[in-house]
Design a protein around this ligand. Structure first.
Ligand code: PLP
Length: 449
């Protein structure tokens, strides 16, 4: 195996990369984290900035004390930094939420018109968070995918034609959390706008990994709404973002009401504030905003083009190292022409996905994700599972559940770590019976070692 080390300076940005974790053998090794699509570790700068700010932390928006004013200024200014990071223009407003899931739920509440038969067009490749919140308030239809799991633009156009005047929103993931495929969101925006509709991009897997242009000189290509989560971009302090046109959001009734959302209140009259305050009820997550801004500053310093290029190299290298391992099947188009983020889904024939994940952790200290990745309809299609099979699982929850193993990279991962993974997977594949026997009834956990 040949080692091509990633720039050590990127590893130095991350807290905890050198932490040792226990193995089942009783030894310990430096942890390898290939579960960055779920959540990333924090940047050291994020912790440092929070510690520097904490002595100044105070009440926000209505305090005359110096610390209150400073806290208010940090919080309010953070929206401009977030806007700039995704190239959103002044017609948009940044609303802070807990995470992407809350952003989808909020927007579904805001856009809901009880007496109208509005349609939401989403896709077969979405995370549950960009599917379930729409279901009880709208007619939801799903743009189909091809045999490799890529979005069908023909079906998008067909469905835009079919529902034309009834479409409230088209909502599509910027990048899949299973296959890593990036959707051609700017071309999609142009098409959606041609039909007079608006586009929401789920940026959870895109914003931390690639440059994003919410607005450009050519408004046909503009992205109308955007959601993303800070914990997937090295700032795990409970904040997420919903960005959208101020003129639309200012005309929506708030879904959560209370302090901060109102301008004037009497017992029988309410005048709501403008957005974003209108849609941020209660005391906000100031520390979360400090963390997000801090992470953005680090990412800006590295440059998002650079981040994308580093992660593309890691992904291409990993694909080249694992694709020929016997019994290993990758579930996405791995050709170099495919635009993707740093995610690879696979299985080893004959071993349950959760067992592979466990072996990687218990034997080599490698963290990966296994299961359905909160995108069951997409996973079922990628695995070509019949509806009878799904119904059997609904009837009998104890039956074996299908899934995959997912590796996902952050900008700090190294080629050396990928070599260890490739070695581990080759070994698991070669000695399947041994590992199945060892792990299938194992009760011992790594806390018992
Ligand atoms: C594509 C995608 N959308 C939405 C979400 C939901 O993000 P959160 O859990 O931060 O709300 C995820 C989380 O993994 C995701 O991968």
């Amino acid at each position: 195996m040949f080692f091509k080390e990633n720039s050590p300076s990127y590893r130095e940005l991350i807290l905890g990369v050198n932490k040792k974790v226990p193995l089942i053998s009783g030894k310990s090794v430096t942890a390898i984290n290939f579960d960055n699509a779920a959540t990333t570790p924090p940047f050291k700068a994020v912790l440092k900035d929070i510690t520097s700010f904490a002595p100044w932390y105070s009440s926000i928006h209505r305090g005359e004390g110096f610390k209150s004013q400073l806290t208010t200024r940090f919080y309010d200014d953070s929206r401009n930094i977030v806007s700039k990071f995704v190239n959103a223009d002044v017609n948009n407003t940044v609303i802070y939420v807990k995470n992407s899931t809350e952003a989808f739920n909020k927007l579904s509440n805001l856009l809901y018109e009880p007496h109208k038969k509005n349609v939401i067009l989403t896709t077969d490749m979405e995370h549950h968070s960009n599917d379930l919140p729409w279901r009880d308030k709208f007619i939801v239809d799903y743009i189909s995918i091809d045999t490799e799991g890529r979005l069908s633009l023909e079906d998008l156009e067909a469905k835009l034609n079919k529902y034309n005047n009834y479409i409230k929103l088209v909502t599509i993931t910027g990048a899949s959390n299973i296959t890593g495929y990036k959707n051609p969101i700017y071309d999609i925006a142009k098409l959606v706008h041609k039909f007079g509709s608006k586009l929401l991009v789920d940026g959870a897997q895109l914003i931390p990994h690639a440059p994003f242009l919410m607005n450009s000189d050519n408004s046909e290509y503009n992205i109308d709404f955007l959601t993303f989560s800070a914990h997937k971009m090295y700032a795990p302090f409970g904040i997420g973002v919903l960005i959208g046109p101020k003129n639309i959001l200012d005309n929506c009734e708030p879904d959560l009401v209370g302090g901060g959302t109102v301008d004037i209140v009497t017992h029988n009259f309410i005048k709501w504030n403008e957005s974003p305050q209108r849609h941020e009820a209660g005391s906000p997550n100031v520390i979360g905003s400090i963390a997000l801004v801090s992470a953005i500053k680090v990412l800006n310093k590295i440059g998002m083009n650079n981040v994308e290029s580093i992660e593309k190299k890691l992904t291409a290298y990993a694909i080249s190292q694992i694709r020929n391992i016997p019994n290993l099947k990758i579930y996405c188009d791995t050709s170099s022409e495919v635009d993707r983020v740093s995610i690879i889904p696979f299985n080893i024939d004959g071993i349950h996905h959760s067992t592979v994940a466990k072996i990687l952790s218990y034997e080599w200290g490698i963290s990966v994700r296994s299961g359905c990745f909160c995108a069951q309809p997409y996973l079922v299609k990628l695995l070509n599972i019949s509806s009878e099979f799904v119904h059997d699982r609904i009837a009998n929850p104890d039956l074996y559940r299908p899934g995959m193993v997912r590796i996902s990279f952050g900008l700090y991962n190294s080629f050396q770590e990928i070599d260890i993974l490739a070695y581990a997977l080759s070994k698991i594949s070669l000695k399947r019976e041994y590992y199945i026997r060892k792990y299938q009834n194992m009760k011992k956990t790594l806390f018992d070692v």
